[in-house]
Design a protein around this ligand. Structure first.
Ligand code: ADP
Length: 660
């Protein structure tokens, strides 16, 4: 945890650094304020001694004041007039009030700026984290760190600088110095309690930081739970699980409560012990100081001033204790926050590891020497024979494969192996797949076979442990800014179950290109068969959709997601189960749009009509390419996976496919 502590503190310092001038100014204002505040008891003592010297108070000889507090402070022993003393007192009051106002203002500002900057930085970092990070995190946890923990930090910072921490420490030290200047022995008495107190304080910090880390983590779990159940309230109600869910939530938040309960008791003990120590100190000081007055060594005014200083010390110490407790909590929160920043984007692909291939890629008869196992365009297939593992290799000699020809890019997965973080088995193992520019490749196969994983790898969402993804012969490399590199390589994608972000239809469609013109939006919407239903929305392209807006059907959302991808005029288009939610008319329409597009297409589909139109059909099972060829070629394979899938499909209208 020492390393974690260090990283956390570094984050705090980095976040605070741009405001160093404001921080320095606040500290100066704070020091000045405390100076004036500490003059106060001296002036009260002065008033006291003045009144007494004028015979206002009964007592021994007025001149008994052997040690006058102002002798030390360099103030005249006998003020000329009462008014002058009161004036000093008054101006001291005004100055300290002004200083206080300034400090309160600046420290609150510092806290706000700190929180604002930290949240911004966290969000930026989060958006750049890779998929593996998101697979391992829950949204509730991330959101609670981004909001709750940062808020704890921001208020603690403001409080520590302006209200209790630094101020109280300064006050305690200043008051001790003041006492020491007047009577070193009294200062010693006042100091006697500090070892005990400091031990208490350390315990408070350590304990608080550990507890708050746990408590915030538990709170995040409860938050996640609540968010998840509330977003699926329909399921909860239809299955009549309200009571059980409420109970489970209560239990979750209850464990946080138990922790808080123990902490509350701990706080009580600390508070009591602290106060006891301070009060014992006060009694000792009064006894010893009183004896000094009786001996005629100090004046009554001085004793009074010393006592007020002692009051400063005891109040100051207890608020230091409280603020250190807060600081401990903030440390816990800071650690949770800095964990989000800790690791950076994974290293770029290991290109060197890709050279070895030699797996069952299908002995390609291609003359180009590449792993091209594609079947070429329809009508161009040359009845490939002699291929191992059912991969029908038909050399792509149609000449178009030279390079990215007019708006389409070639894609190659070269001996790609990938295992999800923490998974036992390879999700894909030794995939070799070449897609020539402009070709349409359909991935088919049983659920869990690895189709979506191939799409995610192609999009650069994950980095394969072995092998390379190449676009136009160049390895796809994650961007240092956290981008997957897909957009830069001219890819666009429509993923499974597209979710809309809040915003208008127009904003949805031009998400990847915010500066797109209305004509571009319109063209994309038409191509995606979305214009028709958008025209019927209350505000057409300005209708708010997404979670808060107009409710769209699954198929409508999907069409917007398609329009969003088409607007980019991608060179490579990845479509993952896109047609699943579409009605037949939309599906036909979009299929014909896609056919007319120049882009290279990788389609994961389970509608036979979509699949059979592809140039190449690739059957994937157990993370391997098991068959590859055209519809007719694969259908001819006795006992083949594709043949089996088609037979099943002919029974129903769809592929047998249960989404996980
Ligand atoms: P398909 O798209 O063919 O249904 P997937 O590519 O989704 O198959 O899944 C391939 C394998 O990888 C499956 O065993 C699945 O359980 C696993 N898998 C998919 N996504 C993840 C993930 N985010 N984390 C861990 N394992 C995953």
């Amino acid at each position: 945890p020492a390393v974690a502590h260090k990283a956390a503190l570094r984050l705090a310092v980095e976040t605070l650094r741009p405001d160093w001038l404001l921080l320095a100014g606040t500290m100066v204002a704070l020091a000045a304020t405390i100076f004036f505040t500490l003059l106060f008891p001296l002036l009260i003592g002065e008033v006291f001694d003045f009144v007494r010297a004028q015979g206002g108070l009964a007592g021994k000889a007025a001149g008994a004041a052997a040690i006058n507090p102002f002798a030390a402070a360099g103030v005249a022993a006998t003020p000329t007039s009462f008014t002058a003393v009161l004036l000093k007192l008054g101006s001291c009051l005004v100055l300290s009030a002004t200083g206080n106002a300034l400090v309160a203002w600046c420290s609150a500002l510092l806290g706000e700026r700190f929180g604002y900057r930290l949240r911004g930085r966290l969000m930026e970092t989060l958006l750049r984290r890779d998929q593996a990070f998101y697979d391992a995190s829950t949204t509730g946890d991330l959101v609670s760190r981004l909001t709750l923990d940062v808020t704890v930090l921001q208020t603690t910072l403001a409080d520590f600088i302006g209200q209790r921490g630094f101020r109280s420490m300064f006050e305690v030290v200043g008051a001790l110095l003041m006492i020491a200047v007047q009577q070193p022995l009294l200062a010693l008495v006042s100091c006697a309690i500090t070892p005990l107190l400091s031990r208490l304080l350390r315990a408070v910090v350590v304990r608080s930081s550990a507890i708050i880390y746990q408590r915030q983590t538990l709170a995040a779990e409860a938050l996640e739970y609540a968010a998840e159940r509330l977003s699926q309230v329909q399921t909860v109600q239809v299955f009549a699980q309200q009571e059980r869910e409420a109970g489970a939530f209560a239990e979750l938040s209850g464990s946080g409560y138990q922790l808080a309960q123990r902490y509350a008791f701990f706080q009580g003990v600390v508070e009591g012990a602290g106060r006891l120590a301070v009060n014992v100190g006060t009694v000792a000081l009064l006894g010893f100081g009183g004896w000094l007055v009786i001996q005629g060594r100090i004046s009554v005014g001085a004793l009074l001033a010393v006592n007020v200083f002692n009051l400063f010390i005891s109040i100051g110490l207890s608020s230091v204790a409280a603020s250190l407790g807060e600081l401990g909590k903030a440390l816990g929160a800071l650690e949770r926050v800095s964990e989000l920043v800790a690791a950076s984007h994974p290293a770029t692909q290991d290109v060197a590891a890709t050279v070895s291939s030699g797996s069952a890629a299908g002995t390609s008869s291609s003359s180009s020497g590449s792993h091209s196992a594609s079947a070429g365009a329809p009508g161009h297939s040359s009845n490939g024979h002699g291929s191992s593992s059912h991969v029908i290799a038909a050399g792509s000699s149609n000449g178009s494969s030279s390079s990215s020809s007019r708006g389409a890019s070639g894609v190659e997965l070269r001996d790609v192996w990938f295992k999800y973080p923490g998974a036992m088995n390879w999700a894909v193992q030794g995939i070799n797949l070449t897609i020539d520019p402009g070709q349409t490749v359909a991935l088919v196969g049983p659920s869990g076979g690895g189709k979506s994983t191939i799409a995610a790898l192609l999009l650069g969402l994950y980095t394969p442990q072995r092998g390379t993804v190449l676009v136009d012969g160049k390895p796809l490399v994650p961007k240092t800014d956290g981008g997957s590199g897909a957009a830069e390589a001219g890819m666009a994608a429509v993923l499974q179950q597209p979710m809309l972000m809040s915003g208008s239809v127009r904003q949805q469609i031009r998400y990847g290109k915010p500066e797109a013109s209305h004509d571009e939006v319109l063209a994309a919407a038409r191509a995606a068969h979305a214009d028709e239903f958008v025209s019927q929305l209350p505000d057409r392209y300005d209708t708010e959709v997404g979670e808060r807006g107009h409710v769209l059907s699954g198929g409508q959302k999907q069409r917007l997601a398609i329009a969003r991808a088409l607007l980019l005029q991608p060179k490579i288009l990845v479509l993952d189960e896109v047609t699943s939610a579409l009605d037949v008319a939309s599906e036909r329409y979009i299929s014909s749009t896609l056919r007319s597009m120049a882009a290279t297409k990788l389609i994961i589909a389970h509608r036979l009509s979509t699949v059979r139109q592809a140039d190449v059909i690739v059957a994937v099972a157990d993370g391997r390419v098991v068959e590859q060829g055209t519809h007719h070629q694969l259908l001819a394979l006795e006992g083949g996976t594709y043949r089996r899938l088609v037979k099943t499909a002919e029974l129903g209208a769809f592929w047998a496919h249960a989404p996980a």
